[in-house]
Design a protein around this ligand. Structure first.
Ligand code: C2E
Ligand code: CA
Ligand code: CA
Ligand code: CA
Length: 268
């Protein structure tokens, strides 16, 4: 049937991507794209999110939405995540030199990386020392699902980040089974309002009411708010009026190569 044929194609595609992923690190096919996180009041840029890209030799650029789940299922995410961390740390070191010490870089960390028992974190902390880079230069973005597990090992890993000065942001906020109690229990520095709330922002919309409520609640808990997927000036204005601290999205810039990011900063 068409159905089983389609399923076979999907499975074959995953297999072939999975095989290719095995070589991607060694063959230097990954690179990081950088997207500015803009302070809405001032328009200044001190925060940058690093987003991985895979330049596949035959397929061109493969989206992380496609290959990260495969990397998670096969366990390759650990090595890839380690590469992302080191690459991002080196890059922010360079940018602090050029643009000031308060530049921070955000990296995405898969829940799978948290669950594995390896000692990758202590090697991260050592690497920061080697680079002479303060932990406060790094923000780790995690998702709500991770906090729900509330396992001791995960709590300890988050605490170890804290102890080393690394900040924590809760990504895709509002989409999961978000429980407000997690915000109190874990010391979170930022929430990132998911793009789905920003997309249809309009005066008097329920999405606006939700954004306002999220901002108010976060601020009461001493948490800063980043809105994702800001594409229009109207969305931006409504978010500013709602008291949102930071915005990220195509209105300001798409994710850029490091070279293009530097030209962007030099222009703005
Ligand atoms: P995310 O962390 O929620 O990242 C935001 C996504 O929204 C990015 O997609 C970004 O390019 C996109 N985006 C930014 N501004 C706009 C906008 O104004 N409009 C729209 N429609 N989209 C916007 P991207 O780069 O394709 O990444 C997709 C997801 O892949 C990320 O979602 C993240 O979950 C994951 N990912 C990316 N890089 C890494 C990584 O280094 N490690 C891990 N574990 N996951 C990563
Ligand atoms: Ca993110
Ligand atoms: Ca997100
Ligand atoms: Ca806090």
């Amino acid at each position: 049937s068409y159905y089983t044929q389609a399923m076979q194609l999907v499975a074959q595609n995953r297999m072939s991507l999975s095989n290719d992923l095995h070589h991607a690190l060694a063959e230097k096919q990954f690179w990081l794209a950088y997207q500015p996180i803009v302070e809405l009041e001032t328009g200044s840029i001190h925060k940058i999110e690093a987003l991985i890209r895979w330049q596949h030799p035959k397929r061109g650029v493969v989206s992380p939405a496609e290959f990260i789940p495969i990397a998670e299922q096969t366990g390759m995410i650990t090595k890839i995540g380690d590469w992302v961390f080191r690459q991002a740390a080196q890059q922010v070191k360079q940018w602090q030199h050029l643009y000031g010490k308060d530049i921070q870089i955000s990296i995405n960390k898969s829940p799978v990386q948290f669950r594995s028992d390896d000692n990758v974190h202590s090697t991260w902390f050592e690497y920061l020392k080697e680079l002479d880079l303060p932990g406060s230069s790094i923000v780790v973005e995690i998702t709500e699902g991770l906090l729900m597990e509330a396992k001791d090992g995960i709590v300890n890993k988050l605490l170890a980040f804290r102890d080393n000065g690394i900040q924590v942001a809760l990504d895709d906020f509002g989409t999961g089974y978000s429980s407000l109690s997690y915000l109190k229990k874990f010391d979170i520095d930022y929430i990132k309002i998911d793009q789905s709330f920003v997309r249809n922002l309009a005066p008097d919309s329920s999405d606006l009411a939700l954004c306002e409520a999220m901002v108010m609640m976060a601020h009461k808990l001493g948490i800063k708010v980043i809105a994702e997927g800001v594409e229009t000036q109207e969305q931006c204005d409504l978010l500013i009026a709602a008291g949102c601290d930071y915005g990220q999205g195509y209105l300001f810039s798409k994710p850029l190569s490091s070279q293009d990011f530097e030209s962007f900063l030099n222009r703005s």
